[in-house]
Design a protein around this ligand. Structure first.
Ligand code: ATP
Length: 195
């Protein structure tokens, strides 16, 4: 079985940029956020969501993700209930995905909420991407039409870098992308050698 590397980082840290770089090197990369969106389109999960949240989160186009997001983000218990539906399905999807990479030395599981969801306990090692707070805020403001206050709120809803770092095996600071890529090359070398 491959070694499974959990890859995470706060909003705007550049974890997706790093995940794409790792994938470009030929390492299989699983993006948990994409998988979450995919499983939320399956009949089984849609029915479980309807049972839990009622028909009000559905409209003529099906599940209204914005309505559901609004509900869960202001109520931690409801977020927990949604996660209890979605996370096991993502876990199953990941296990199915993994079968095709049985012979690979390593695979990467990228998730923004690796720590917050508790899924970090399932991995062989964890790599966290960091960047200074101000840099992260500016990156998100450049990427999206969103207020600074909204970015800060999102950051405050996540674990801090300090919390992530103490539970990580590797930390890559992503300011200069070329330096970050060099660090990734080093880490991948270490991980591929130490089977
Ligand atoms: P989110 O959790 O919000 O999805 P993320 O951690 O996955 O964020 P990315 O989407 O990879 O972050 O990067 C956020 C933005 O910052 C993107 O527009 C990306 O192009 C840019 N970016 C990433 N790394 C760097 C870097 N080293 N220098 C400059 N810009 C960068």
């Amino acid at each position: 079985m491959p070694k499974i590397i959990g890859l995470t980082g706060g909003i705007g840290s550049g974890k997706t940029t790093i995940a794409n770089y790792i994938a470009s090197l030929g390492v299989p990369v699983y993006i948990a956020d994409d998988a979450g969106k995919k499983v939320m389109q399956t009949q089984e999960i849609l029915e479980a969501i309807k049972e839990q949240f009622g028909a009000a989160v559905f409209d003529e186009n099906g599940l209204n993700r914005a309505k559901l997001a609004a509900i869960v983000f202001e109520n931690p218990d409801k977020l927990k209930a949604l996660n209890a539906i979605v996370h096991p399905a993502v876990r199953q999807d990941f296990n199915n995905w993994l079968i095709q990479y049985k012979e690979a030395p390593i695979v990467v599981y990228e998730s923004a909420i690796l720590f917050e969801s508790g899924s970090y306990v399932n991995f062989d090692c964890i790599l966290t991407v960091t960047a200074p707070l101000e840099t992260r805020i500016n990156r998100v403001l450049e990427r999206e039409t969103i207020s600074r206050e909204q970015v800060v709120n999102r950051i405050n809803a996540q674990w801090t870098d300090e919390q992530r770092i103490v539970k990580s095996d590797f930390v890559v600071e992503n300011i200069d992308i070329d330096l970050a890529k060099l660090k990734i090359d080093e880490i991948l070398k270490i991980l591929s050698i130490k089977q």
